[in-house]
Design a binder for this molecule. Structure first.
Ligand code: TXA
Ligand code: MG
Length: 538
């Protein structure tokens, strides 16, 4: 895998029972000017002695990172802060007490002992005290502050697992410490304390709200407010983790040293072209299915970043879920791993459901936008035609198979210009939902409260209506009985989607029979959706 010449040593440590000898050895490698990749609670870091100019330079080499991008300096304890920073404001003490050890990085004025190679020539230094016990022990034992960027090759997603680090840095560094998966999964929050009002340069696990609770007013860097910060998407795409030209321009020595040098480089990028798709859940799923289907037709390998809730609704390409949408911590923890999985699959194009919000959601949104180089697609709203296209599923009584089919279809097309209903061919009086039908739908999240079966009426069939029968016999019955139902608009559902078998009648069967029927219909309705997607244009 590696193109480096270094023999990398691999050390496996348990954070709850750290092997004394092994950690001391790794610490010694650091103190001697070597490179050690180590776990932190945010992402893995690639460490070097922060006082050692040559060691810092080796980091840039190993990462393939431009050498004017400053490194975060890690300390084992707040008492070490004076070694790296000076003129430390009161708010820094407050924040350290409140959030250290933890995923907060503070930008402060640097001590002259910190070489330019570590800070990329800046007069400020970014400092963090990680909470991961292995990281703490490593730094403490090395006896020096440890400069460490994320342990990934430049331009690739940060590493949250040992395997990621091996993938990127084996053969390029002296030691890789395996300490299991990073708990948080996104890089630390960076707050600049060298300006009048503390300013968040990079959102992370520690939120703006938490910081404000501790120290009062906190600003967001301008680049984080406007998405692209007024730049073209292309320019913005080459930006790094933090800051933007606007911030630097308002700074005194801006022309020489931009405040947030990371901005010049493209960060967190998967190999495939990533697009974020924004809109209501239904619109997003439909739009991605449409785009994925087209890309696949063009011979591309397609990846989709879905939520646990939506994964099953994607029909083309490979969909991976990044956790439940509501569980931001889970999403944060798996995002980079999912991006890397698409690299391994050699996805040419990746569509991701847009995720954003406040708190941790802001950090997720920020990383997704960076990874996508700000390529955001607004999912088109359903067509606002005066008439909705209606799909009618028909069967004998209209309260079992056709009701399942209509409900499954509605779930896929909720809020669109397509409407699905269930009708009976002969309904003497309205009946509730068949009990076993209800029993299999409820565990699948479908409840049809107040359902009453309805008789199909000739008047409700117009030129925009499609009718689907479950059995051929019933299709013929419908065409014979209703003048508006014709060979053109009335289809056998299974035949329409290219299946051979009719949708079996579960009536009189066990609950399991109904369950099988539901599963068959679920697959059939997905196929129907695919066919509709193929026929309609965006
Ligand atoms: O969670 C983290 O912060 C991880 C772990 C390893 O601690 N580290 C990390 O480092 O994300 P890195 O190098 O990938 O990102 C550091 C960011 C860069 O965007 C850099 O431009 C910015 O911090 N930075 C470093 N020093 C700075 C400074 N003095 N002023 C402004 N930004 C700075
Ligand atoms: Mg990084």
């Amino acid at each position: 895998m590696s193109d480096g010449q270094i023999q990398t040593e691999h050390i496996h440590l348990d954070a709850d029972a750290i092997d004394e000898e092994q950690i001391s050895h790794a610490a010694q490698v650091l103190a001697d000017g070597g490179l050690v990749a180590f776990p932190t609670e945010t992402v893995y870091g690639l460490g070097a002695n922060a006082f050692d100019e040559n060691a810092a330079r080796r980091i840039y080499e190993a990462k393939g990172r431009p050498s004017d991008n400053p490194l975060i300096v890690h300390i084992a304890d707040v008492s070490q802060l004076d070694e790296v920073a000076k003129d430390i404001p009161e708010v820094a003490q407050t924040l350290a007490e409140r959030f250290w050890a933890g995923s907060l990085t503070m930008v402060l004025h640097k001590q002259p002992t910190i070489p330019d190679a570590t800070t990329g020539g800046l007069s400020t230094v970014a400092v963090r005290c990680p909470s991961n016990p292995i990281a703490q022990e490593l730094i403490r034992k090395s006896g020096v502050p440890v400069a460490a960027p994320s342990a990934n090759r430049s331009g690739r997603p940060s590493t949250t697992k040992y395997a990621h680090v091996v993938e990127d840095l084996d053969g390029r560094v002296d030691v890789i410490i395996d300490g299991g998966d990073a708990e948080i999964g996104l890089e630390s929050t960076i707050v600049d304390l060298t300006v009048d009002v503390p300013t968040i340069l990079r959102p992370g696990y520690i939120t703006k709200e938490q910081l404000e609770e501790a120290i009062g007013e906190v600003r967001l860097d301008a680049a984080l407010l406007g998405g692209t910060g007024g730049k073209t998407p292309d320019e913005a795409g080459r930006d790094g983790a933090v800051g933007q030209t606007g911030t630097a321009a308002s700074d005194t020595d801006a022309g020489l040293h931009p405040k947030a040098p990371g901005m010049k480089y493209r960060h967190y990028a998967p190999k495939g072209d990533l697009y974020l798709v924004r809109g209501s859940e239904g619109d997003v799923v439909r739009c991605i299915n449409k785009l994925a289907s087209a890309a696949q037709r063009d011979g591309k390998t397609v990846g989709i970043i879905a939520a646990a809730e939506t994964k099953e609704r994607y029909r083309f390409g490979t969909a991976l879920d990044i956790g439940e949408r509501s569980d931001e911590e889970a999403v944060a923890a798996s995002l980079y791993d999912v991006l890397r999985q698409f690299d391994a699959l050699e996805a040419d194009v990746i569509y991701a459901e847009y995720q954003g919000g406040s708190g941790l959601g802001m950090a997720i949104e920020n990383r997704l936008l960076k990874a996508a180089s700000y390529q955001v697609i607004d999912a088109p709203k359903p067509m606002q035609s005066s008439r909705r296209r209606k799909i009618i599923f028909v069967e004998g009584h209209g309260n079992a198979r056709s009701a399942m089919a209509a409900a499954l279809f509605e779930r896929l097309y909720e809020g669109s210009d397509m409407e699905a209903v269930s009708r009976g061919i002969v309904v003497q009086f309205p009946e509730p939902l068949n009990q076993k039908t209800e029993a299999v739908m409820v565990p699948n999240g479908i409840t049809l409260e107040g359902f009453a079966s309805e008789q199909l009426k000739d008047e409700e069939i117009d030129q925009d209506t499609l009718l689907f029968a479950m059995e051929e016999r019933q299709r013929q019955q419908v065409i014979a009985k209703f003048p508006a139902a014709t060979e053109e608009n009335t289809h056998l559902l299974s035949e329409y989607v290219g299946d051979e078998l009719e949708i079996m009648d579960p009536y009189g069967g066990t609950l399991q029979t109904y369950g099988i029927c539901f599963e068959v219909l679920r697959a059939t309705i997905q196929k129907l959706s695919d066919r509709i997607l193929e026929e309609k244009t965006l």
